[in-house]
Design a protein around this ligand. Structure first.
Ligand code: PEP
Length: 252
């Protein structure tokens, strides 16, 4: 059975001092507990801190992730960060298509697919975010929206699709304290799993994470669902005790 993945998305939070304290707490907790039970753990940090976090986490088993990556290889793209640059810092994961990027930076399905493609080609695992807004859910369009978003990535990536991680993040649950119920989340995860199954014979390999106000109190129930293979954690990833509780719920 595949291990679950718990990935923290720090968003635009942190400082040299705060990062060191947070990672110290997480590493201390990971060394103490779990009795051989295991989950994969990653932190997706602001680009400015990749070097710091790489140094602190080296050899700890905590994987490093970025919160975005350019769809371009290199060149005159001011402000962008390439896969090769991320590789220089040992980055294993890159979040692509987070709803905050789709909303505030007008990222399209096609751009998200191109970013995923660029990451895969470089040996970085894209964590592809999909999810509906509240208006889309209320209009009964949840399935249509997440399938459209994932289809673009499947179309661009062909058989490599089994190498991605998917994160189902209902937009109305991100940073709002409103979590999808385990049943609501599982229903969408099952839809995504079926879509992956139609695209690759290795669909079972793909980890489908839930994200959207997952926290220390609700993680166990969400992670117990058949098609929930981990979590993408925002706010609760900034408190070591909460992050550790979520990791413990995922470990087996
Ligand atoms: C996220 O940013 O991906 C996220 C899930 O945030 P939060 O856990 O704070 O809702």
């Amino acid at each position: 059975m595949k291990q679950k993945l718990i990935a923290g998305n720090w968003k635009m939070n942190g400082s040299l001092a705060a990062n060191a304290a947070l990672l110290g707490g997480i590493q201390h907790g990971l060394a103490q507990a779990f009795n051989g039970r295991k989950a994969q753990v990653a932190v997706c940090v602001p680009a400015a801190y990749l070097s710091q976090v790489q140094q602190i986490t080296q050899g700890s088993g905590i994987e490093l992730g970025s919160q975005d990556v350019s769809a371009q290889e290199q060149g005159a793209y001011t402000g962008e960060i390439s896969c090769a640059m991320l590789k220089d810092f040992g980055v294993r994961y890159a979040i692509v298509g987070h709803s905050e990027r789709r909303q505030y930076h007008a990222e399209t399905d096609a751009l998200v697919a191109a970013k995923a493609q660029r990451a895969l080609a470089a040996g970085i695992t894209p964590i592809v975010c999909v999810g509906e807004t509240l208006a889309e859910r209320e209009a009964g369009k949840t399935e249509e929206v997440v399938k459209r978003q994932l289809a673009a990535v499947i179309h661009a990536n062909g058989h490599c699709i089994s190498e991605i991680v998917v994160a189902y993040e209902p937009v109305w649950a991100i940073g709002t304290g409103k979590t999808a119920t385990p049943e609501q989340a599982q229903a969408v995860h099952a839809v995504l799993r079926a879509q992956l199954k139609a695209a690759t014979e290795h669909s079972d390999r793909v980890q489908i994470l839930y994200g959207g106000s997952m926290n220390a109190a609700n993680a166990a129930e969400l992670l117990a669902q058949a098609d929930i293979d981990g979590g993408l954690i925002g706010g609760a990833a900034l408190k070591s005790a909460d992050f550790l509780t979520i990791i413990a719920a995922a470990a087996r």
